[in-house]
Design a protein around this ligand. Structure first.
Ligand code: NDP
Ligand code: BG6
Length: 513
Protein backbone atom coordinates (compact mmCIF):
# COMPACT_ATOMS: atom_id res chain seq x y z
CA UNK A 1 0.00 0.00 0.00
CA UNK A 2 1.44 3.40 -0.92
CA UNK A 3 2.70 4.92 2.30
CA UNK A 4 1.16 8.33 1.65
CA UNK A 5 -2.23 6.92 0.69
CA UNK A 6 -2.23 4.66 3.75
CA UNK A 7 -1.34 7.58 6.03
CA UNK A 8 -3.97 9.79 4.43
CA UNK A 9 -6.61 7.16 5.14
CA UNK A 10 -5.58 7.09 8.78
CA UNK A 11 -5.71 10.88 8.84
CA UNK A 12 -1.95 10.99 9.44
CA UNK A 13 -1.17 13.60 6.78
CA UNK A 14 -1.43 17.36 7.07
CA UNK A 15 -4.14 19.02 4.96
CA UNK A 16 -1.48 20.29 2.58
CA UNK A 17 0.08 16.85 2.18
CA UNK A 18 -3.34 15.32 1.62
CA UNK A 19 -4.17 17.79 -1.13
CA UNK A 20 -0.92 17.05 -2.89
CA UNK A 21 -1.66 13.37 -2.55
CA UNK A 22 -5.11 13.75 -4.09
CA UNK A 23 -4.22 15.94 -7.04
CA UNK A 24 -0.86 14.27 -7.55
CA UNK A 25 2.47 15.92 -7.92
CA UNK A 26 5.71 15.41 -9.71
CA UNK A 27 8.06 13.93 -7.11
CA UNK A 28 10.75 16.29 -5.90
CA UNK A 29 14.50 16.07 -5.63
CA UNK A 30 14.37 13.37 -2.96
CA UNK A 31 11.99 11.14 -4.82
CA UNK A 32 12.31 8.87 -7.80
CA UNK A 33 9.87 7.06 -10.06
CA UNK A 34 10.67 3.63 -11.47
CA UNK A 35 8.40 2.58 -14.32
CA UNK A 36 8.40 -1.15 -15.07
CA UNK A 37 6.81 -2.19 -18.34
CA UNK A 38 5.83 -5.83 -17.79
CA UNK A 39 5.60 -7.53 -21.19
CA UNK A 40 8.19 -5.14 -22.66
CA UNK A 41 8.88 -7.46 -25.59
CA UNK A 42 5.26 -7.17 -26.81
CA UNK A 43 3.34 -5.21 -29.38
CA UNK A 44 1.69 -2.61 -27.13
CA UNK A 45 4.92 -1.82 -25.27
CA UNK A 46 6.78 -1.15 -28.52
CA UNK A 47 3.94 0.61 -30.31
CA UNK A 48 2.54 2.79 -27.54
CA UNK A 49 4.15 2.64 -24.09
CA UNK A 50 7.82 3.36 -24.80
CA UNK A 51 7.00 6.05 -27.40
CA UNK A 52 4.61 7.71 -24.92
CA UNK A 53 7.25 7.66 -22.18
CA UNK A 54 9.74 9.21 -24.58
CA UNK A 55 7.26 11.92 -25.56
CA UNK A 56 6.74 12.75 -21.86
CA UNK A 57 10.50 12.91 -21.37
CA UNK A 58 10.86 15.10 -24.45
CA UNK A 59 8.25 17.48 -23.06
CA UNK A 60 9.99 17.58 -19.65
CA UNK A 61 6.97 16.02 -17.98
CA UNK A 62 8.81 13.19 -16.26
CA UNK A 63 10.34 13.75 -12.82
CA UNK A 64 14.02 14.55 -12.59
CA UNK A 65 14.83 11.09 -11.24
CA UNK A 66 13.18 8.32 -13.17
CA UNK A 67 14.13 4.94 -14.60
CA UNK A 68 12.30 2.73 -17.08
CA UNK A 69 12.65 -1.04 -16.78
CA UNK A 70 11.42 -3.53 -19.33
CA UNK A 71 10.44 -6.91 -17.87
CA UNK A 72 9.50 -10.04 -19.83
CA UNK A 73 10.58 -13.65 -20.30
CA UNK A 74 12.49 -13.01 -23.54
CA UNK A 75 16.23 -12.83 -23.08
CA UNK A 76 17.55 -9.36 -23.85
CA UNK A 77 20.39 -7.15 -22.67
CA UNK A 78 19.86 -3.49 -21.77
CA UNK A 79 21.45 -2.61 -25.11
CA UNK A 80 19.10 -4.91 -27.01
CA UNK A 81 16.08 -3.37 -25.31
CA UNK A 82 17.36 0.12 -26.21
CA UNK A 83 17.87 -0.99 -29.77
CA UNK A 84 14.32 -2.39 -29.92
CA UNK A 85 12.82 0.71 -28.32
CA UNK A 86 14.80 3.14 -30.47
CA UNK A 87 13.20 1.71 -33.60
CA UNK A 88 9.78 2.93 -32.52
CA UNK A 89 10.69 6.37 -31.15
CA UNK A 90 9.88 9.33 -33.35
CA UNK A 91 10.17 13.10 -33.15
CA UNK A 92 6.40 13.21 -33.34
CA UNK A 93 6.10 16.31 -31.20
CA UNK A 94 8.20 18.53 -33.39
CA UNK A 95 8.98 16.98 -36.72
CA UNK A 96 11.36 19.78 -37.69
CA UNK A 97 13.58 19.07 -34.76
CA UNK A 98 16.32 16.51 -34.58
CA UNK A 99 15.63 14.87 -31.26
CA UNK A 100 18.38 12.26 -31.40
CA UNK A 101 20.15 13.80 -28.41
CA UNK A 102 17.00 13.58 -26.30
CA UNK A 103 16.47 10.03 -27.53
CA UNK A 104 19.95 9.02 -26.42
CA UNK A 105 19.34 10.56 -23.00
CA UNK A 106 16.02 8.76 -22.69
CA UNK A 107 17.42 5.42 -23.82
CA UNK A 108 20.23 5.71 -21.27
CA UNK A 109 17.49 5.63 -18.59
CA UNK A 110 16.00 2.38 -20.01
CA UNK A 111 17.03 -1.04 -18.65
CA UNK A 112 15.83 -4.60 -18.96
CA UNK A 113 15.33 -7.54 -16.66
CA UNK A 114 14.34 -10.95 -17.93
CA UNK A 115 12.14 -13.07 -15.67
CA UNK A 116 9.12 -15.30 -15.32
CA UNK A 117 5.77 -13.67 -14.56
CA UNK A 118 5.05 -15.90 -11.56
CA UNK A 119 8.50 -15.90 -9.99
CA UNK A 120 8.90 -13.96 -6.76
CA UNK A 121 12.66 -14.56 -7.03
CA UNK A 122 12.82 -12.94 -10.44
CA UNK A 123 10.90 -9.93 -9.11
CA UNK A 124 13.28 -9.80 -6.13
CA UNK A 125 16.14 -9.52 -8.61
CA UNK A 126 14.25 -6.70 -10.30
CA UNK A 127 13.74 -5.04 -6.91
CA UNK A 128 17.49 -5.14 -6.30
CA UNK A 129 18.21 -3.48 -9.64
CA UNK A 130 15.51 -0.86 -9.06
CA UNK A 131 17.04 -0.02 -5.68
CA UNK A 132 20.47 0.49 -7.25
CA UNK A 133 18.95 3.08 -9.58
CA UNK A 134 16.82 4.70 -6.92
CA UNK A 135 19.97 5.58 -4.98
CA UNK A 136 18.36 5.71 -1.55
CA UNK A 137 15.69 8.25 -2.54
CA UNK A 138 12.00 7.80 -1.73
CA UNK A 139 11.04 5.23 -4.32
CA UNK A 140 7.77 5.41 -6.21
CA UNK A 141 7.01 2.48 -8.46
CA UNK A 142 4.67 2.17 -11.40
CA UNK A 143 4.08 -1.23 -13.01
CA UNK A 144 2.42 -1.33 -16.43
CA UNK A 145 0.86 -4.74 -17.14
CA UNK A 146 1.23 -4.99 -20.89
CA UNK A 147 0.65 -8.73 -20.95
CA UNK A 148 -2.21 -11.13 -21.69
CA UNK A 149 -4.89 -10.95 -18.95
CA UNK A 150 -4.50 -14.57 -17.82
CA UNK A 151 -1.18 -13.67 -16.19
CA UNK A 152 -2.20 -10.35 -14.54
CA UNK A 153 -2.69 -11.92 -11.12
CA UNK A 154 0.60 -13.88 -11.21
CA UNK A 155 2.47 -10.68 -11.87
CA UNK A 156 0.61 -8.63 -9.28
CA UNK A 157 1.21 -11.32 -6.67
CA UNK A 158 4.95 -11.66 -7.39
CA UNK A 159 5.55 -7.93 -7.85
CA UNK A 160 3.62 -6.88 -4.75
CA UNK A 161 5.40 -9.46 -2.61
CA UNK A 162 8.89 -8.81 -3.95
CA UNK A 163 9.16 -5.51 -5.78
CA UNK A 164 6.72 -2.97 -4.33
CA UNK A 165 8.09 0.22 -2.87
CA UNK A 166 8.95 0.21 0.80
CA UNK A 167 8.81 3.97 1.34
CA UNK A 168 6.82 5.53 -1.56
CA UNK A 169 3.79 4.61 -3.60
CA UNK A 170 3.27 1.53 -5.77
CA UNK A 171 0.73 1.73 -8.59
CA UNK A 172 -0.28 -0.76 -11.25
CA UNK A 173 -1.70 0.09 -14.67
CA UNK A 174 -3.91 -2.71 -15.95
CA UNK A 175 -4.75 -3.06 -19.64
CA UNK A 176 -8.04 -4.31 -21.03
CA UNK A 177 -9.68 -6.77 -21.37
CA UNK A 178 -11.00 -6.64 -17.80
CA UNK A 179 -12.71 -10.02 -18.06
CA UNK A 180 -15.25 -11.09 -20.67
CA UNK A 181 -18.45 -10.78 -18.60
CA UNK A 182 -19.65 -9.78 -15.13
CA UNK A 183 -18.40 -12.96 -13.45
CA UNK A 184 -14.90 -13.04 -14.95
CA UNK A 185 -14.47 -9.31 -14.42
CA UNK A 186 -15.48 -9.64 -10.75
CA UNK A 187 -13.05 -12.54 -10.37
CA UNK A 188 -10.25 -10.41 -11.83
CA UNK A 189 -11.09 -7.55 -9.47
CA UNK A 190 -11.13 -9.93 -6.49
CA UNK A 191 -7.78 -11.35 -7.58
CA UNK A 192 -6.18 -7.91 -7.93
CA UNK A 193 -7.60 -6.79 -4.58
CA UNK A 194 -5.93 -9.68 -2.78
CA UNK A 195 -2.67 -7.83 -3.34
CA UNK A 196 -3.62 -4.21 -4.05
CA UNK A 197 -6.08 -1.63 -2.77
CA UNK A 198 -8.43 0.01 -5.29
CA UNK A 199 -6.42 3.26 -5.26
CA UNK A 200 -3.36 1.43 -6.54
CA UNK A 201 -5.18 -0.03 -9.55
CA UNK A 202 -5.24 2.13 -12.67
CA UNK A 203 -7.54 0.41 -15.21
CA UNK A 204 -6.80 1.97 -18.54
CA UNK A 205 -9.28 2.75 -21.29
CA UNK A 206 -7.18 4.65 -23.75
CA UNK A 207 -10.23 6.38 -25.27
CA UNK A 208 -10.51 8.41 -22.06
CA UNK A 209 -7.07 9.83 -22.78
CA UNK A 210 -8.05 11.12 -26.22
CA UNK A 211 -8.05 14.89 -26.45
CA UNK A 212 -11.63 15.33 -27.63
CA UNK A 213 -13.03 12.89 -25.12
CA UNK A 214 -11.32 14.84 -22.35
CA UNK A 215 -12.70 18.01 -23.87
CA UNK A 216 -16.26 16.72 -23.69
CA UNK A 217 -16.74 17.95 -20.12
CA UNK A 218 -15.17 21.33 -20.90
CA UNK A 219 -17.47 21.78 -23.87
CA UNK A 220 -20.54 20.85 -21.93
CA UNK A 221 -19.93 22.34 -18.50
CA UNK A 222 -18.19 25.58 -19.41
CA UNK A 223 -20.35 26.80 -22.30
CA UNK A 224 -23.74 28.23 -21.51
CA UNK A 225 -25.02 27.44 -24.98
CA UNK A 226 -24.65 23.70 -24.48
CA UNK A 227 -25.46 22.67 -20.90
CA UNK A 228 -29.09 23.93 -20.91
CA UNK A 229 -29.73 21.97 -24.12
CA UNK A 230 -28.25 18.71 -22.79
CA UNK A 231 -31.47 16.77 -22.15
CA UNK A 232 -34.46 15.02 -23.68
CA UNK A 233 -36.11 18.39 -24.09
CA UNK A 234 -33.79 19.43 -26.92
CA UNK A 235 -31.83 16.35 -27.94
CA UNK A 236 -33.49 13.86 -30.24
CA UNK A 237 -30.78 11.20 -30.27
CA UNK A 238 -27.08 10.74 -29.68
CA UNK A 239 -24.76 8.53 -31.74
CA UNK A 240 -21.38 7.05 -30.82
CA UNK A 241 -19.62 5.79 -33.91
CA UNK A 242 -16.37 3.83 -34.17
CA UNK A 243 -15.19 2.55 -37.49
CA UNK A 244 -11.89 1.20 -38.77
CA UNK A 245 -10.96 0.73 -42.41
CA UNK A 246 -8.89 -2.38 -41.68
CA UNK A 247 -9.72 -5.81 -40.30
CA UNK A 248 -8.37 -7.76 -37.36
CA UNK A 249 -5.13 -8.45 -39.23
CA UNK A 250 -2.61 -10.00 -36.86
CA UNK A 251 -4.92 -9.89 -33.81
CA UNK A 252 -7.50 -12.44 -34.97
CA UNK A 253 -6.55 -14.87 -32.20
CA UNK A 254 -7.34 -12.38 -29.44
CA UNK A 255 -10.30 -10.87 -31.25
CA UNK A 256 -12.15 -14.11 -31.87
CA UNK A 257 -12.70 -14.78 -28.19
CA UNK A 258 -13.87 -11.21 -27.53
CA UNK A 259 -15.65 -9.74 -30.58
CA UNK A 260 -16.44 -6.12 -31.33
CA UNK A 261 -18.99 -5.66 -28.52
CA UNK A 262 -16.41 -6.45 -25.82
CA UNK A 263 -13.50 -4.92 -27.76
CA UNK A 264 -15.03 -1.50 -28.40
CA UNK A 265 -18.63 -1.02 -27.20
CA UNK A 266 -18.59 -2.21 -23.60
CA UNK A 267 -15.53 -0.09 -22.86
CA UNK A 268 -14.53 2.72 -25.25
CA UNK A 269 -17.99 3.75 -26.48
CA UNK A 270 -19.76 3.18 -23.17
CA UNK A 271 -17.15 5.26 -21.33
CA UNK A 272 -17.74 8.14 -23.73
CA UNK A 273 -21.49 7.74 -23.33
CA UNK A 274 -21.19 7.89 -19.54
CA UNK A 275 -19.12 11.09 -19.70
CA UNK A 276 -21.60 12.55 -22.17
CA UNK A 277 -24.74 11.74 -20.22
CA UNK A 278 -23.70 12.00 -16.54
CA UNK A 279 -25.15 14.67 -14.27
CA UNK A 280 -22.93 17.61 -13.30
CA UNK A 281 -20.34 16.30 -10.84
CA UNK A 282 -19.87 18.09 -7.52
CA UNK A 283 -16.30 18.93 -8.57
CA UNK A 284 -13.65 17.84 -11.01
CA UNK A 285 -12.25 15.50 -8.41
CA UNK A 286 -11.78 11.94 -9.72
CA UNK A 287 -14.21 10.45 -7.20
CA UNK A 288 -16.93 13.00 -7.95
CA UNK A 289 -16.69 12.37 -11.68
CA UNK A 290 -16.60 8.62 -11.31
CA UNK A 291 -19.56 8.70 -8.92
CA UNK A 292 -21.63 10.43 -11.61
CA UNK A 293 -20.49 7.98 -14.27
CA UNK A 294 -21.55 5.05 -12.11
CA UNK A 295 -24.94 6.65 -11.48
CA UNK A 296 -25.72 7.12 -15.14
CA UNK A 297 -24.53 3.61 -16.03
CA UNK A 298 -26.76 2.18 -13.34
CA UNK A 299 -29.73 4.14 -14.75
CA UNK A 300 -29.36 2.41 -18.10
CA UNK A 301 -31.42 -0.50 -19.35
CA UNK A 302 -29.38 -3.69 -20.04
CA UNK A 303 -29.11 -4.21 -23.79
CA UNK A 304 -31.77 -6.32 -25.46
CA UNK A 305 -31.25 -8.57 -28.43
CA UNK A 306 -33.96 -6.87 -30.51
CA UNK A 307 -32.08 -3.58 -30.15
CA UNK A 308 -28.83 -5.02 -31.48
CA UNK A 309 -27.53 -5.91 -34.94
CA UNK A 310 -24.34 -7.91 -35.43
CA UNK A 311 -22.22 -8.32 -38.55
CA UNK A 312 -19.02 -9.92 -39.78
CA UNK A 313 -16.90 -8.83 -42.74
CA UNK A 314 -16.42 -11.08 -45.71
CA UNK A 315 -13.82 -11.02 -48.47
CA UNK A 316 -14.15 -8.57 -51.29
CA UNK A 317 -12.23 -7.75 -54.46
CA UNK A 318 -11.76 -4.04 -55.08
CA UNK A 319 -9.54 -2.43 -57.68
CA UNK A 320 -8.00 -5.82 -58.39
CA UNK A 321 -7.05 -6.31 -54.73
CA UNK A 322 -8.48 -9.23 -52.80
CA UNK A 323 -9.38 -8.13 -49.25
CA UNK A 324 -9.56 -11.16 -46.95
CA UNK A 325 -12.70 -11.86 -44.98
CA UNK A 326 -12.58 -12.27 -41.19
CA UNK A 327 -12.69 -16.09 -41.30
CA UNK A 328 -9.96 -16.19 -43.97
CA UNK A 329 -7.50 -15.18 -41.22
CA UNK A 330 -5.53 -18.29 -40.24
CA UNK A 331 -5.88 -17.51 -36.54
CA UNK A 332 -9.70 -17.45 -36.77
CA UNK A 333 -11.83 -20.65 -36.86
CA UNK A 334 -13.49 -21.08 -40.25
CA UNK A 335 -16.97 -21.31 -38.71
CA UNK A 336 -16.54 -18.36 -36.35
CA UNK A 337 -19.65 -16.28 -35.66
CA UNK A 338 -17.77 -13.62 -33.70
CA UNK A 339 -19.13 -10.18 -34.65
CA UNK A 340 -16.72 -7.69 -36.19
CA UNK A 341 -19.55 -5.14 -36.40
CA UNK A 342 -22.37 -4.24 -34.04
CA UNK A 343 -24.99 -1.54 -33.78
CA UNK A 344 -27.14 -1.05 -30.71
CA UNK A 345 -29.81 1.23 -29.26
CA UNK A 346 -29.43 2.02 -25.56
CA UNK A 347 -31.67 3.90 -23.16
CA UNK A 348 -31.12 5.80 -19.95
CA UNK A 349 -34.11 5.63 -17.64
CA UNK A 350 -33.69 8.89 -15.78
CA UNK A 351 -35.41 12.27 -15.85
CA UNK A 352 -32.84 13.87 -18.15
CA UNK A 353 -32.76 11.22 -20.85
CA UNK A 354 -36.09 9.38 -20.71
CA UNK A 355 -36.95 8.11 -24.21
CA UNK A 356 -33.83 9.45 -25.99
CA UNK A 357 -32.17 6.73 -28.09
CA UNK A 358 -28.40 6.49 -27.65
CA UNK A 359 -27.13 4.64 -30.68
CA UNK A 360 -23.79 2.93 -30.91
CA UNK A 361 -22.11 1.57 -33.99
CA UNK A 362 -18.70 -0.11 -34.06
CA UNK A 363 -17.06 -2.03 -36.84
CA UNK A 364 -13.86 -3.26 -38.39
CA UNK A 365 -13.06 -3.38 -42.12
CA UNK A 366 -15.52 -0.62 -42.98
CA UNK A 367 -15.17 2.08 -45.66
CA UNK A 368 -13.55 4.67 -43.39
CA UNK A 369 -11.64 5.18 -40.12
CA UNK A 370 -13.37 7.50 -37.69
CA UNK A 371 -14.59 7.91 -34.12
CA UNK A 372 -17.37 10.43 -33.58
CA UNK A 373 -20.04 11.59 -31.20
CA UNK A 374 -23.06 13.01 -33.02
CA UNK A 375 -25.80 14.86 -31.20
CA UNK A 376 -28.97 15.41 -33.21
CA UNK A 377 -31.29 18.08 -31.85
CA UNK A 378 -35.05 18.29 -32.11
CA UNK A 379 -36.68 20.42 -34.78
CA UNK A 380 -37.65 24.04 -34.13
CA UNK A 381 -41.36 24.07 -33.13
CA UNK A 382 -43.51 26.10 -35.52
CA UNK A 383 -40.54 26.71 -37.80
CA UNK A 384 -41.40 29.69 -40.06
CA UNK A 385 -39.28 28.36 -42.88
CA UNK A 386 -41.23 25.17 -43.13
CA UNK A 387 -44.40 27.13 -43.90
CA UNK A 388 -42.83 29.54 -46.36
CA UNK A 389 -40.00 27.58 -47.92
CA UNK A 390 -41.00 23.96 -47.51
CA UNK A 391 -38.06 23.20 -45.25
CA UNK A 392 -37.77 19.47 -44.49
CA UNK A 393 -37.81 19.65 -40.70
CA UNK A 394 -36.28 16.23 -40.20
CA UNK A 395 -33.28 17.11 -42.30
CA UNK A 396 -32.97 20.64 -41.01
CA UNK A 397 -32.33 19.87 -37.34
CA UNK A 398 -29.13 21.08 -35.77
CA UNK A 399 -26.38 18.54 -35.26
CA UNK A 400 -23.30 18.81 -33.07
CA UNK A 401 -20.46 16.58 -34.21
CA UNK A 402 -17.44 15.86 -32.06
CA UNK A 403 -14.88 14.13 -34.23
CA UNK A 404 -12.54 12.30 -31.88
CA UNK A 405 -10.33 11.07 -34.72
CA UNK A 406 -8.86 11.38 -37.23
CA UNK A 407 -8.52 15.08 -37.99
CA UNK A 408 -10.02 16.20 -34.68
CA UNK A 409 -12.85 18.73 -34.96
CA UNK A 410 -16.03 20.00 -33.39
CA UNK A 411 -18.69 21.30 -35.71
CA UNK A 412 -22.26 22.41 -35.43
CA UNK A 413 -24.60 22.07 -38.37
CA UNK A 414 -26.90 25.05 -38.67
CA UNK A 415 -29.42 26.34 -41.19
CA UNK A 416 -28.22 29.38 -43.03
CA UNK A 417 -29.33 31.73 -45.76
CA UNK A 418 -27.37 31.34 -48.96
CA UNK A 419 -26.08 34.88 -49.71
CA UNK A 420 -27.98 36.55 -52.51
CA UNK A 421 -31.11 38.50 -53.31
CA UNK A 422 -33.43 35.53 -53.09
CA UNK A 423 -34.18 33.45 -50.02
CA UNK A 424 -32.52 30.11 -50.33
CA UNK A 425 -31.47 28.09 -47.30
CA UNK A 426 -28.73 25.57 -46.83
CA UNK A 427 -27.02 23.63 -44.05
CA UNK A 428 -23.61 24.94 -43.07
CA UNK A 429 -21.02 24.12 -40.43
CA UNK A 430 -19.72 26.27 -37.63
CA UNK A 431 -16.38 24.55 -37.58
CA UNK A 432 -13.63 24.21 -34.99
CA UNK A 433 -10.98 22.33 -36.88
CA UNK A 434 -8.13 21.54 -34.50
CA UNK A 435 -5.32 21.45 -37.06
CA UNK A 436 -6.28 24.94 -38.25
CA UNK A 437 -6.89 26.40 -34.78
CA UNK A 438 -4.04 24.87 -32.75
CA UNK A 439 -0.53 24.50 -34.07
CA UNK A 440 0.61 22.11 -31.36
CA UNK A 441 0.60 18.38 -32.02
CA UNK A 442 -2.14 16.54 -30.09
CA UNK A 443 -0.60 14.16 -27.53
CA UNK A 444 -1.23 10.46 -27.84
CA UNK A 445 -3.78 9.12 -25.34
CA UNK A 446 -1.11 6.96 -23.68
CA UNK A 447 0.96 10.06 -22.86
CA UNK A 448 -1.91 11.67 -20.97
CA UNK A 449 -2.73 8.45 -19.11
CA UNK A 450 0.85 7.57 -18.16
CA UNK A 451 1.40 11.08 -16.87
CA UNK A 452 -1.82 10.91 -14.85
CA UNK A 453 -0.81 7.57 -13.34
CA UNK A 454 2.58 9.00 -12.33
CA UNK A 455 0.87 12.02 -10.80
CA UNK A 456 -1.78 9.91 -9.04
CA UNK A 457 -4.64 11.49 -11.00
CA UNK A 458 -7.40 8.86 -11.26
CA UNK A 459 -10.09 10.80 -13.14
CA UNK A 460 -9.45 9.02 -16.45
CA UNK A 461 -9.14 5.51 -15.03
CA UNK A 462 -11.99 3.07 -14.46
CA UNK A 463 -13.06 2.35 -10.88
CA UNK A 464 -14.23 -1.18 -10.07
CA UNK A 465 -17.88 -0.20 -9.51
CA UNK A 466 -17.92 1.52 -12.94
CA UNK A 467 -16.62 -1.66 -14.46
CA UNK A 468 -19.29 -3.74 -12.70
CA UNK A 469 -22.02 -1.39 -13.92
CA UNK A 470 -20.67 -1.55 -17.49
CA UNK A 471 -20.59 -5.34 -17.52
CA UNK A 472 -24.10 -5.54 -16.00
CA UNK A 473 -25.42 -3.78 -19.11
CA UNK A 474 -23.72 -6.04 -21.64
CA UNK A 475 -23.44 -9.48 -19.99
CA UNK A 476 -27.07 -10.67 -20.54
CA UNK A 477 -26.87 -9.72 -24.24
CA UNK A 478 -23.48 -11.37 -24.72
CA UNK A 479 -24.77 -14.57 -23.09
CA UNK A 480 -27.88 -14.58 -25.27
CA UNK A 481 -25.87 -14.01 -28.46
CA UNK A 482 -23.65 -16.94 -27.54
CA UNK A 483 -26.38 -19.27 -26.31
CA UNK A 484 -28.62 -18.66 -29.33
CA UNK A 485 -25.59 -18.76 -31.64
CA UNK A 486 -26.79 -15.65 -33.45
CA UNK A 487 -25.24 -15.61 -36.91
CA UNK A 488 -23.87 -12.20 -37.90
CA UNK A 489 -25.01 -10.50 -41.11
CA UNK A 490 -22.12 -10.57 -43.59
CA UNK A 491 -20.86 -7.32 -45.10
CA UNK A 492 -18.11 -6.85 -47.68
CA UNK A 493 -14.70 -5.61 -46.51
CA UNK A 494 -14.57 -1.85 -47.03
CA UNK A 495 -18.36 -1.36 -47.12
CA UNK A 496 -20.61 0.68 -44.81
CA UNK A 497 -21.57 -2.40 -42.81
CA UNK A 498 -24.72 -4.51 -42.66
CA UNK A 499 -27.99 -3.03 -43.79
CA UNK A 500 -29.57 -4.21 -40.52
CA UNK A 501 -27.98 -1.21 -38.80
CA UNK A 502 -30.20 1.06 -40.88
CA UNK A 503 -33.36 -0.86 -39.96
CA UNK A 504 -32.38 -0.55 -36.32
CA UNK A 505 -31.90 3.22 -36.49
CA UNK A 506 -35.08 3.61 -38.56
CA UNK A 507 -36.98 1.89 -35.74
CA UNK A 508 -36.16 4.94 -33.63
CA UNK A 509 -36.59 7.43 -36.43
CA UNK A 510 -32.86 8.09 -36.53
CA UNK A 511 -30.63 8.61 -39.52
CA UNK A 512 -26.97 7.61 -38.94
CA UNK A 513 -24.60 10.53 -39.29
P1 NDP B 1 1.38 -9.49 -26.66
O1 NDP B 1 0.63 -10.70 -27.10
O2 NDP B 1 2.36 -8.89 -27.60
O3 NDP B 1 2.08 -9.91 -25.29
C1 NDP B 1 2.98 -9.09 -24.58
C2 NDP B 1 4.11 -9.95 -24.02
O4 NDP B 1 3.57 -10.86 -23.08
C3 NDP B 1 4.78 -10.79 -25.08
O5 NDP B 1 5.83 -10.09 -25.70
C4 NDP B 1 5.28 -11.98 -24.28
O6 NDP B 1 6.54 -11.65 -23.71
C5 NDP B 1 4.27 -12.11 -23.16
N1 NDP B 1 3.29 -13.16 -23.48
C6 NDP B 1 2.52 -13.27 -24.58
N2 NDP B 1 1.72 -14.36 -24.50
C7 NDP B 1 2.00 -14.94 -23.32
C8 NDP B 1 1.50 -16.09 -22.65
N3 NDP B 1 0.55 -16.85 -23.19
N4 NDP B 1 2.01 -16.40 -21.44
C9 NDP B 1 2.94 -15.63 -20.89
N5 NDP B 1 3.47 -14.53 -21.48
C10 NDP B 1 3.00 -14.18 -22.67
O7 NDP B 1 0.33 -8.44 -26.16
P2 NDP B 1 0.16 -6.91 -26.57
O8 NDP B 1 1.46 -6.22 -26.36
O9 NDP B 1 -0.50 -6.82 -27.87
O10 NDP B 1 -0.91 -6.42 -25.49
C11 NDP B 1 -0.62 -6.36 -24.11
C12 NDP B 1 -1.91 -6.10 -23.35
O11 NDP B 1 -2.50 -4.91 -23.81
C13 NDP B 1 -2.96 -7.18 -23.52
O12 NDP B 1 -3.70 -7.27 -22.32
C14 NDP B 1 -3.84 -6.63 -24.64
O13 NDP B 1 -5.15 -7.14 -24.57
C15 NDP B 1 -3.81 -5.15 -24.31
N6 NDP B 1 -4.04 -4.29 -25.46
C16 NDP B 1 -3.26 -4.36 -26.57
C17 NDP B 1 -3.46 -3.52 -27.64
C18 NDP B 1 -2.57 -3.55 -28.86
O14 NDP B 1 -2.78 -2.73 -29.75
N7 NDP B 1 -1.60 -4.45 -28.93
C19 NDP B 1 -4.56 -2.51 -27.62
C20 NDP B 1 -5.29 -2.48 -26.38
C21 NDP B 1 -5.03 -3.35 -25.35
P3 NDP B 1 7.65 -12.74 -23.34
O15 NDP B 1 7.40 -13.96 -24.15
O16 NDP B 1 8.94 -12.07 -23.67
O17 NDP B 1 7.47 -12.96 -21.89
C1 BG6 C 1 -8.28 -1.24 -28.93
C2 BG6 C 1 -8.96 -2.39 -29.61
O1 BG6 C 1 -8.73 -1.12 -27.60
O2 BG6 C 1 -8.57 -0.04 -29.63
C3 BG6 C 1 -8.54 -2.48 -31.07
O3 BG6 C 1 -8.60 -3.59 -28.93
C4 BG6 C 1 -8.75 -1.16 -31.76
O4 BG6 C 1 -9.28 -3.49 -31.72
C5 BG6 C 1 -8.12 -0.04 -30.98
O5 BG6 C 1 -8.16 -1.25 -33.05
C6 BG6 C 1 -8.47 1.31 -31.57
O6 BG6 C 1 -7.75 2.31 -30.93
P1 BG6 C 1 -7.41 3.66 -31.70
O7 BG6 C 1 -6.81 4.52 -30.65
O8 BG6 C 1 -6.44 3.30 -32.78
O9 BG6 C 1 -8.70 4.16 -32.25
Amino acid sequence: IPVKEEKAKEGGLSVEEEIINVVGSIPDENETVSITVVGASGDLAKKKIFPALFALYYEDCLPKHFTVFGYARSKMTDEELRDMVSRTLTCRIDKRENCSEKMEQFLARCFYHSGQYDSENNFKELDKKLKEHEGGRVSNRLFYLSIPPNIFINVVKSASCSASSSNGWTRVIVEKPFGRDSESSAALTRGLKEYLVEDQIFRIDHYLGKELVENLSVLRFSNLIFEPLWSRQYIRNVQFIFSEDFGTEGRGGYFDSYGIIRDIMQNHLLQILALFAMETPVSLDAEDIRNEKVKVLRSMRPLQLDNVVVGQYKSCIKGGVNYQGYTDDETVPKNSITPTFAAAALFIDNARWDGVPFLMKAGKALHTRRAEIRVQFRHVPGNLYKKNFGMDLDRATNELVIRVQPDEAIFLKINNKVPGLGMKLDRSNLNLHYAARYSKEIPDAYERLLLDAIEGERRLFIRSDELDAAWALFTPLLKELEEKKIVPELYPYGSRGPVGAHYLSAKYNVRWG
